[in-house]
Design a protein around this ligand. Structure first.
Ligand SMILES: Cc1ncc(COP(=O)(O)O)c(C=O)c1O
Length: 399
């Protein structure tokens, strides 16, 4: 598969490429922030979209019975998780789906626990849907790896109860964005048992689950063996096959009554049929995309190695992700050495002077301060150009 060819994404209404600060006389800024990839999806998926586009009528769509079967079979073969096809519901993109889940399954103003730092739309999707964000900082090991701190979690839940905002749900990110952690089976059991004893709904966003690169398996909370009916797993083909602009997700909900409430929530939001192109693409991706994904993961592993190496060489402390293509790095030594105020100033200067755009860690909430996130899912030529610019900028600033 060709992941090396640079595809020009300029003027395609791409959030990542068309929202660039271009200063006259300087190189355009190269974007390594928004979490999509600069690769085409599997050729079979492109072909399926083109075939459908060749038919001129784009009326309402119905989901073929084989689609939930395909998703269930994906769970069985890739995660060894025997999830029944009848457990799946379809939603729009993951983030809007999280809003639907929160409205359908939690009370207005309810506390929703998020483990920080975390993918920043979690904060607004909770708050904008009239729920209350309750922040639980993840523990950090000396190597910068995050872990779930159960004792602290109990304390935070008790405090919100005492403060009149009882927590009703945990919004869990697995694998973790931005930290790239694959949670082990035993860590997931801890989270489940915490939710069970505290009586909390467990919502697991597993959108990066297909992108395990460390050799460890991804463990889905959709596995019936976790035995906790108050669990909703949300996932999507968006990250896996680079289809984020198509906005389609699925929920795995083992419990019948929870599923009925969610179905009502989808109806209340007027979400009944998916977009025809999303469905065609996702159907083909789950049907034939496995081998392409294998090659993608091999490519990403090398890109991650390269990114981690260069970041380390120029003074950052990167954490090699277990999953996904986002490299999280502690930038505090660099910030101090350059006499900067914080990660936001670092990221601003990198864009203005270094001509590369990264994500500032503090955008991800408590625990993210002093960090940066580098998206390395692009052809090597672009990655090398970006890493080269980073190294040159650091060199100029420090010499
Ligand atoms: C954890 C997580 N959930 C959801 C999304 C976005 O999902 P969607 O584009 O389907 O709304 C992202 C994108 O980066 C993500 O990292």
């Amino acid at each position: 598969m060709d992941f090396d060819t640079v595809i020009d994404r300029n003027n395609t209404w791409s959030l990542k490429w068309d929202d660039r600060e271009n200063v006259e006389g300087k190189e355009p800024v190269l974007p390594f922030w928004v979490a999509d990839m600069d690769f085409a999806p599997p050729p079979t998926v492109l072909e399926a979209i083109r075939d459908r586009a060749a038919h001129p009528v784009f009326g309402y769509t119905s989901v073929p019975a084989e689609y939930p079967e395909l998703v269930a079979s994906w769970y069985r073969t890739r995660y060894n998780a025997p999830v029944d096809a009848s457990s799946f519901l379809l939603g729009p993109g993951c983030v809007p789906s999280l809003g639907i889940i929160l409205r359908a399954l939690t009370s207005p103003l309810a506390g929703v626990l998020v483990c920080t730092p975390v993918y920043y739309p979690f904060y607004h999707i909770i708050a904008d849907n009239g729920r209350t964000v309750v922040r639980l900082p993840l523990g950090t090991s000396d190597k910068g790896r995050f872990y779930f701190d159960e004792e602290n979690a109990r304390r935070v839940v008790n405090e919100s109860r005492a403060g009149g905002t009882p927590v009703e749900a945990v919004l869990w990110c697995s694998p973790h964005n931005p930290g790239g952690r694959l949670w082990s089976r035993s860590e997931l059991h801890t989270v489940v048992s915490f939710c069970r004893t505290e009586g909390l709904l467990l919502i697991s966003d597993e959108i990066h689950g297909d992108l395990a690169v460390s050799g460890e398996p991804f463990v889905s909370l959709a596995e019936p063996s976790f035995g906790y009916p108050q669990t909703v797993v949300v996932s999507a083909p968006n990250k896996t096959f680079n289809l984020a602009g198509l906005h389609l997700s699925h929920f795995a909900v083992g419990d019948e009554s929870l599923r009925a409430r969610l179905r009502k929530g989808l109806d209340a939001s007027g979400v009944s049929q998916p977009n025809v192109f999303s469905l065609v693409a996702a159907h083909e991706a789950y049907r034939s995309g496995g081998p392409w994904l294998g090659e993608l993961l091999a490519y990403l592993r090398l890109s991650i190695d390269r990114t981690v190496d260069v970041l380390s060489q120029v003074g950052f402390d990167p954490v090699r992700p277990d999953a996904g293509y986002l490299v999280w790095a502690d930038a505090r030594r660099v910030i101090k050495r350059l006499g900067l105020a914080d990660d936001r100033e670092l990221v601003q200067l990198l864009a203005r002077e270094g001509r590369i755009r990264l994500s500032a860690g503090s955008a991800f909430g408590p625990g993210g301060e002093g960090h940066i996130r580098f998206n390395c899912a692009c052809p090597r030529a672009l990655l090398d150009e970006g890493l080269g610019r980073l190294a040159s900028w650091m060199h100029e600033r420090t010499s």
